[in-house]
Design a protein around this ligand. Structure first.
Ligand code: C2E
Ligand code: MG
Ligand code: MG
Ligand code: MG
Length: 290
């Protein structure tokens, strides 16, 4: 068998890859019809004002529960949906669901609440994208500031000029833009100067490294963002220490398991009506660092 392997590279290749490739093909096959079969659901995660403890907005996060595969992580199926082209229909579905949900919550007592929606580069690149957003706002009678679109640097820098034109059109609708996962792209700083965005979301990796490496990087990013009049969001806040340090550094908003995991709409509805103790901030804040 060893001889066959060394002689026949393909055999070896197939044997080792089978473990990974087989499930991926299976996932792709299931993914193709998943939207039509109604297997997707949106979960929502609160973004909490670090000064007041008020829930300012929610980020909608896609969940796929396949009867065949079980629940599949977005980090697995989003890239596949992009490769299949399904991301366009899926993205439109997400945008529509998110708009409908935020219109319900706003009407129910929270007129200033808004929804963050992740946008794939492929969606953003579509010529019809701005029209699509305008159509969805119109459908649910929403002002533009009910939506905030989360884009990564990767979707924007490919054609900076075209991106800025589109961002300006979205801004004309009143829609705000966040740069997601800031700090993970390899040219973040160079492009930040040239992109018209409203919000900077500091990637979770910077927040989790504060405990061991100290707050220098986060502090620098916050200073920069404050200087540019950007709203700042810390992703992946998991501990009270991180929260308190971020507060002392004047980070505007926190998002993470400390406050709440992403949850279905029914659970978020309850949370909005009566915020959990985890979300309410300690009344007296010492401002003490880690
Ligand atoms: P993202 O937009 O950066 O979303 C934040 C991710 O961090 C989410 O993972 C969220 O569940 C997770 N998270 C939040 N708080 C914490 C925390 O305290 N600790 C840790 N360890 N994780 C936390 P999720 O839901 O698995 O989504 C992963 C990525 O998939 C998202 O990253 C986004 O890029 C993409 N994604 C999710 N939903 C959509 C969608 O509707 N459309 C598109 N295009 N992409 C989506
Ligand atoms: Mg996001
Ligand atoms: Mg993010
Ligand atoms: Mg992230």
């Amino acid at each position: 068998a060893a001889k066959q392997r060394s002689r026949n590279g393909y055999q070896f290749y197939r044997d080792t890859l089978n473990i990974d490739v087989q499930p991926q093909l299976k996932i792709e096959a299931q993914l193709a019809g998943a939207l039509d079969r109604g297997e997707f659901q949106l979960y929502y995660q609160p973004l909490v004002d670090l000064r007041t403890g008020i829930i300012r907005s929610l980020e909608c996060l896609l969940r796929w529960n396949s009867p065949v595969l079980g629940s599949v992580s977005p980090s697995i199926f989003i890239p596949l949906a992009e490769a299949q082209g399904l991301i366009l229909d899926l993205g439109t579905w997400v945008l529509t669901q998110a708009a409908e949900q935020i219109s319900v919550w706003r009407a129910a007592d929270q007129p200033d609440l808004y929804m963050s929606v992740n946008i794939s580069p492929l969606q953003f690149e579509q010529p019809v994208f701005v029209g699509l957003v305008a159509g969805v706002l119109n459908e649910f009678q929403l002002p533009g500031d009910a939506l905030l679109l989360e884009l990564t640097e990767g979707s924007l820098i490919h054609d900076l000029e075209a991106s800025n034109v589109k961002l300006a059109q979205l801004r004309d609708l009143g829609v705000r833009i966040a740069l997601d996962d800031f700090g993970t792209g390899y040219s973040s700083l160079a492009y930040l100067r040239q992109l018209q965005v409203d919000v900077l979301k500091i990637d979770r990796s910077f927040i989790s490294s504060m405990a061991t490496e100290g707050p220098a990087f986060v502090s620098m990013i916050l200073h920069l963002a404050q200087h540019m009049n950007l709203m700042t969001v810390a992703e992946g806040v998991e501990t009270e220490e991180q929260r308190d340090l971020l507060r002392s550094l004047n980070c505007d908003v926190g998002q993470g398991y400390l406050f709440s995991r992403p949850q279905p709409a029914e659970v978020i509805k309850t949370l909005l009506a009566a915020p959990s103790p985890a979300i309410q901030l300690p009344e007296r804040f010492s401002g003490k660092a880690l």
